[in-house]
Design a protein around this ligand. Structure first.
Ligand SMILES: Nc1nc2c(ncn2[C@@H]2O[C@H](COP(=O)(O)OP(=O)(O)OP(=O)(O)O)[C@@H](O)[C@H]2O)c(=O)[nH]1
Ligand SMILES: [Mg+2]
Length: 318
């Protein structure tokens, strides 16, 4: 699925992409270099939706190229979701020309698009004038475009831009039969795990830290930042000790990935986190703390249903 990120230089497009799809925090995108022309990156959003994000560097010389007769079709065709982003702290009436061209070619080459999204970014800045920018971009819009464009004031710094992009992409999941089928199958396997263990299960996508699905149904959670769940790297002390002990026992060929499960204990329950495949992590929350519940979950996490989940997720990898 092709996603276009378009807009003038410095608007925050690359920042938005990295923080949403890779779980980076804002500090990590403070010093991004301007994107040189077209940068394409593939991600699997929420573990379900295959994305090809076209992050288009917004410097003038590139914009001219995107609109040129030789390139416009390549850039604007087969787009599924399109985002136009501006820096609301820098009011520039000339952006309107860029926006008009963007709309013109977008709807010409991807006529099946039902919505284009405008993000008025950086509203965290005091000098941000998102209302003024909204006026510039929306004034006298061609009637047929008018109903197809939605404007949202956002901030990548504060997280509302990522929230909006996630909403936009979730809407695409809802429109995709294949994605819904995949979700249904995974959900079914989690429900089976729940039946045999009386615990709740939540499956997370590692790169963006978002929930794929859970036995609790729709469950809102913030993207899990910093949690990569790769225990070997997460806690290298433990890995080092483990390695030493295994060496004492003459067991070689260790990889940090062999440490795949973390257990947390609270007064009321166990929380057990296990990597299913590279890129997806399963979390079990037990109902109660009896030892047999704990061992039940551990056997389930080494049993057939878990295995099926692993096979299914592997087979639907892109
Ligand atoms: N204050 C503030 N700064 C932001 C926000 N979003 C992005 N920035 C900063 O704006 C600068 C430019 O961000 P980029 O993501 O590189 O912008 P871009 O749209 O990709 O720019 P080009 O690649 O040149 O088209 C970076 O220093 C970001 O840290 C925001 O919401 N608030
Ligand atoms: Mg960029």
């Amino acid at each position: 699925m092709k996603v276009l990120l378009f807009g003038p230089a410095g608007a925050g497009k690359t920042s938005l992409m990295r923080t949403t799809c890779l779980g980076y925090n804002f500090m990590k995108v403070l010093n991004l270099k301007p994107t040189k022309g077209v940068s394409r990156e593939n991600f699997i959003f929420r573990g379900i939706l295959e994305l090809s994000i076209w992050d288009l560097g917004g410097q003038e010389r590139y914009l001219e190229r995107y609109f040129s007769e030789s390139q416009r079709e390549l850039i604007f065709s087969e787009v599924t979701a399109a985002v136009f982003m501006v820096d609301s702290a820098i009011i520039d009436a000339e952006v309107r020309d860029i926006f008009d061209n963007f709309l013109k070619y977008l709807f010409e080459f991807s006529p099946e698009i039902d919505q284009a999204y405008v993000l008025l970014n950086k509203i965290d800045l005091q000098e941000s004038k998102e209302d003024e920018f909204y006026e510039i971009l929306s004034k006298n819009l061609n009637g047929e475009f008018k109903d197809k464009i939605s404007f949202t004031p956002v901030s990548v710094k504060e997280g509302s831009a990522q929230h909006r992009l996630i909403e936009i992409l979730d809407y695409e999941i809802q429109k995709s039969t294949l994605s819904l089928q995949r979700l249904g199958k995974v959900r079914h396997l989690l429900d089976e795990l729940k039946l045999t263990t009386l615990s709740e299960f939540l499956l997370f996508n590692q790169p963006d830290g978002l929930l794929i699905t859970s036995t609790l149904g729709k469950f809102e959670s913030k993207p899990l930042q910093f949690m990569k769940f790769e225990i070997g790297t997460l806690d290298s002390n433990i890995y080092n000790l483990y390695q030493q002990i295994m060496e004492l026992q003459n067991i070689s060929n260790l990889s940090p990935l062999k440490l795949s499960t973390v257990v947390y204990e609270s007064e009321d329950c166990w929380i057990i986190v296990k990597e299913v495949i590279n890129g997806a992590v399963l979390m079990a929350v037990t109902r109660g703390k009896q030892p047999e519940i704990f061992s039940g979950v551990l056997s389930a996490l080494n049993g057939e249903i878990f295995n099926n989940l692993q096979i299914y997720l592997k087979s639907s990898e892109f």
